[in-house]
Design a protein around this ligand. Structure first.
Ligand SMILES: NC(=O)C1=CN([C@@H]2O[C@H](COP(=O)(O)OP(=O)(O)OC[C@H]3O[C@@H](n4cnc5c(N)ncnc54)[C@H](O)[C@@H]3O)[C@@H](O)[C@H]2O)C=CC1
Ligand SMILES: O=C(O)[C@H]1O[C@H](OP(=O)(O)OP(=O)(O)OC[C@H]2O[C@@H](n3ccc(=O)[nH]c3=O)[C@H](O)[C@@H]2O)[C@H](O)[C@@H](O)[C@@H]1O
Length: 464
């Protein structure tokens, strides 16, 4: 192995949900390393430099406040930061491609490519480039080719270091990760680069939790981890439909099977469907790769996880319409929650978007409350799934509280598991609703027996 570099300066390209929190944690744990987090989006950088961070995560304000201005800097000066850094994280978005070859399945690598070109143009010495974004297996090869073709004497090592944090628990996950995964080229130079990055994490993560692999295993493991997690949710959601037909209770089934240590209790919570920016995108990417490598059976197998999720979302909106006597036209539905899970302001691929779309198309009037999601995001998300401004203006009301959203409603639907929904004033809600007062709990968080005793008609996922 050649000598590992002692990393002194880090640059991160992309100050999003991953780049911001991840770099803030590195800066907090490594006071001797200067970390520049860069983005081309000026308002986003301004927000990172303000008291109103662009990402809502419990505990993040404190981590940022502790390091910002000392060894943590948010900036749009990408070029200068690249030039000054020993190690560069690439943490830009890799959304599903919406055009051309692979549309709707393949990952769009245009931001990765532009980041690689920026690095090639501005690097003035040896650099370690770290893929933090989730990318298709063998992307490091493309990055290496772009770097080699666009720099004079660049000595680059490309590493894969996927991120496993979940939104809502990002700070906890970064503070005590189950593992850190680092893939590198199996050469003396590659090993030295891997060791340099291992030493950064070893400032707070026990060495036995830092796994090193070859590049391709690391790249692929990220897609596979998300596919396995999402598969568990689709599996329990599939069973939730069977529970509803048979009188079994999906939470009891989940507890019973999850007690088997070979299965384990996590990620078995039946829901209205998984959301978030990554599960669907990463599975579709995996499916595309399998097809590309001539494995249609494998592609079909993983695609069914997404198909089941789409069905679960659709099943929930259909249930609301059917229960409300086959029509919701002109009826007010109180929707509680729009984020894809609690403790985040992120709505990407949230099940709520699709349920609200279906209900609006059925003519319902939606009264919506979410504690963290801004009105502009809700409108943009609905526009994106084909709901016009005219329909939104006419049929959607954004409310300041859950109780307000349920006033004069024919039905109430819980779409995000925010803690505050568990302890609402259900007596007032009942009094204010049309009767029968229907509740559709898409997260199984409400006290169903108590609600039934008050007179509500309760539908819950996977409860017969
Ligand atoms: N959101 C999450 O919880 C997780 C996301 N990931 C992966 O991490 C990657 C990033 O995801 P997010 O942070 O959620 O995306 P994001 O969309 O929040 O942030 C990406 C940022 O990159 C910036 N950017 C794009 N091109 C740039 C360039 N050339 N120079 C400077 N900045 C540039 C964008 O302006 C944007 O602010 C994706 O590949 C995602 O799959 C992985 C684990 C968790
Ligand atoms: O690559 C990513 O982006 C990340 O994707 C997920 O994290 P995230 O999407 O932030 O949140 P999760 O807690 O995984 O929840 C995803 C969705 O599944 C739903 N879910 C989760 C668990 C469960 O048992 N049931 C269920 O319906 C959640 O409500 C949410 O809509 C993974 O958990 C992270 O490890 C990964 O880094």
């Amino acid at each position: 192995m050649t000598t590992p570099t002692d990393v002194k300066r880090i640059c991160c390209i992309g100050a999003g949900y991953v780049g911001g929190p991840t770099m803030a944690m590195i800066a907090a744990k490594c006071p001797d390393i200067r970390v520049d987090v860069c983005d081309i989006n000026q308002p986003r950088i301004d927000a990172w430099n303000s008291d109103e961070l662009p990402v809502y995560e419990p505990g993040l304000d404190e981590v940022v406040a502790g390091a910002r201005g000392k060894n943590l800097f948010f900036t749009t000066a990408v070029e200068e930061s690249i030039a000054a850094a020993d190690l560069i994280f690439v943490s830009v978005g890799t959304p599903t491609k919406s055009y051309g070859i692979g549309a709707g399945r393949a990952a769009d690598l245009c931001y990765i490519e532009s980041a690689a070109r920026m690095i090639a143009e501005n690097a003035n010495g040896p650099k370690i480039i770290v893929e933090k974004s989730t990318i298709p297996v063998r992307t490091a090869e493309a990055i290496r080719t772009i770097l080699a073709a666009n720099s004079e004497n660049g000595q680059f090592q490309v590493l894969s270091n996927p991120e496993f944090l979940a939104e809502g628990t990002a700070v906890e996950d970064l503070e005590a990760p189950d593992r850190i995964l680092i893939g590198g080229e199996r050469t003396p130079e590659g090993d030295a680069a891997v060791e340099s990055l291992v030493r950064v994490y070893a400032n707070w993560v026990p060495r036995e939790r830092i796994l090193t692999t070859n590049l391709w295993s690391s790249e692929l493991s990220k897609l596979v981890a998300n596919a396995f997690l999402a598969q568990r949710i689709s599996s329990i959601n599939a069973i939730s439909a069977l529970c509803e037909e048979t009188g079994a209770d999906v939470d009891e089934v989940a507890r019973a099977i999850g007690s088997d240590s070979r299965i384990g209790p996590k990620f078995l919570k039946a829901s209205v469907g998984f959301g978030g920016s990554c599960f669907q995108k990463d599975i579709l990417n995996l499916v595309y790769l399998c097809d590309h490598f001539g494995l249609p059976e494998v592609a079909k197998y993983w695609n069914s996880v997404v198909t089941m999720n789409d069905w679960q979302k659709e099943r929930f909106s259909t249930r609301i319409v059917k229960t409300l006597f086959n029509t919701v036209r002109g009826k007010r539905i109180g929707v509680l929650g729009f984020a894809f899970k609690k403790d985040t302001n992120d709505t990407r691929e949230s099940a709520a978007i699709y349920v609200c779309r279906d209900l609006l198309l059925e003519g319902a009037n939606i009264a919506l409350y979410d504690p963290k999601v801004p009105v502009s995001t809700i409108r943009a998300d609905l526009n994106y799934v084909g709901i016009s401004d005219e329909v939104i203006d006419k049929q959607l009301t954004i409310c300041d509280s859950a109780v307000e959203a349920t006033k004069a409603a024919h039905g109430v639907a819980v779409l995000t598991e925010w803690d505050e929904f568990k302890t609402l004033d259900f007596d007032t809600i009942y009094d204010n609703m049309f009767k029968p007062a229907f509740v559709f709990d898409g997260r199984n968080i409400l006290p169903h027996d108590e609600l039934r005793a008050k007179g509500f008609e309760v539908y819950a996922i996977g409860k017969g």
